[in-house]
Design a protein around this ligand. Structure first.
Ligand SMILES: Cc1cc2nc3c(=O)[nH]c(=O)nc-3n(C[C@H](O)[C@H](O)[C@H](O)COP(=O)(O)O)c2cc1C
Length: 358
């Protein structure tokens, strides 16, 4: 059904408009009383091989929705009902901002890939916090609370000297509504952001966010993770792992999109799309290799969340085998549609079971 709608309608629309239409449908369906519950019954992970305990939380399944799809936390109920074990909202910034001019999202269907330069278009951390708080009090929400991580980034107009204060502002605003917080220093679409991945800049930033979360949420320690780029040199991946261990961080998300265009064949379409981050299948090999490197360095002392080119149950299983505790995807969901998360989790359960000794 989704494939037919995609082929006839969504594929002909500009990528961002198709995203908005698809997301609107998910939210509209979930707003009809009883529908989210019914979807959840059919699609949400229930296989006993799937639940994961990590970050002090009980995940119904390891596959979550990666940041960027629901930047403002507008559809977490519907998205979780489709079978995602958790939803990471954001990236939000301390101040609301419009993002880059359109068009800013481009499809490469032959390679199951996207290029985007959205530039953190979002309503701001305060608006997100208010929305998630309202959701917690919502009647239909009782007894069913999807795990929601909040991904924070830097406001574009804030210069690098103000970056720490900017992240700290967001961290304080979202501390009490986030099941975990992610410091995003790896988007290629905010000038200078990825420079914050160097350890000398990252250390004070992460330390300040950690203490802001502790102050803002004294009774519940909010887990803190950092999300890194696949374009880091191996030595820098090791350095971030060492830093995360040193600072007592809870985990690392590997990876964000890449600035490389390897794996895209249509060079004219690549040139037309222009700058931005590449996601989807072409990212798979590098994201897996960064994950392996992190696991070799940190073992099980960090929760590793694998993202980048996960498209099938085999991909998901490979990441778990390489040391990931949790998984995230975005691009495959766009191409495969609303039944995809449930399908992958079911396939994954079968693989986990097959790999278990009898
Ligand atoms: C259109 C689009 C927007 C994204 N926005 C964000 C974002 O705001 N923050 C972030 O940390 N990652 C963002 N990402 C990166 C994804 O969260 C994910 O790390 C990346 O796409 C790799 O996973 P995938 O290959 O399954 O898409 C975005 C990705 C896409 C395709």
């Amino acid at each position: 059904m989704y494939r037919a709608i995609y082929a006839v309608l969504l594929r002909r629309m500009p990528a961002e408009a198709a995203h908005r239409a698809g997301f609107w449908l998910i939210r509209a369906a979930a707003a009809v009383p009883g529908v989210a519950l019914a979807l959840r019954r059919v699609l949400a992970p229930r296989d006993p091989a799937l639940p994961v305990r990590a970050l002090g939380l009980d995940f119904p399944g390891p596959l979550g929705l990666a940041a960027g799809f629901d930047k403002d936390g507008e559809g977490v109920i519907g998205l979780a009902a489709l079978g995602f074990g958790f939803v990471e909202v954001g990236t939000v910034t301390a101040r609301p901002q419009p993002g880059n001019p359109k068009p800013r999202m481009f499809r490469f269907p032959a390679e199951r890939a996207l290029v985007n330069r959205m530039g953190f278009n979002n309503h701001g951390a305060a608006a997100l916090a208010a929305r998630l708080r309202a959701l917690r009090g919502h009647r239909g929400y009782r007894g069913y609370r999807p795990i929601v991580g909040v991904n924070i980034g830097k406001t574009k107009v804030v210069p690098e000297e103000g970056a720490i204060d900017d992240y700290v502002t967001s961290a304080r605003l979202v501390a009490d509504v986030a099941d975990y917080v992610v410091v995003n220093v790896s988007s290629p679409n905010t000038p200078g952001l990825r420079d914050l991945q160097s350890v000398d800049k990252l250390r004070p930033l992460l330390a300040a966010v950690r203490s802001a979360l502790d102050q803002a949420s004294p009774r519940r320690r909010v887990p803190l993770l950092v999300k890194i780029a696949p374009d880091l040199a191996d030595a820098d991946v090791d350095a971030v792992a060492d830093l995360a261990l040193d600072l007592g961080l809870d985990g690392i998300i590997a990876t964000n999109t890449t600035i490389s265009r390897d794996g895209l064949r249509d060079s004219a379409a690549v040139a037309d799309a222009g700058p931005g981050g590449l996601s989807g299948a072409p990212l798979k090999a590098r994201a897996l290799s960064v994950l392996r490197r992190l696991h070799a360095r940190a073992g099980d002392r960090l929760v590793l969340i694998a993202a980048g080119g996960i498209g099938t149950a085999d991909d998901a299983h490979d990441r778990l085998a390489a040391g990931a505790t949790l998984l995230q995807a975005y691009t495959a969901f766009i191409y495969e549609g609303p039944c995809w998360p449930g399908r992958v989790q079911r396939g994954l359960a079968a693989r986990i079971r097959a790999a278990q000794p009898v």
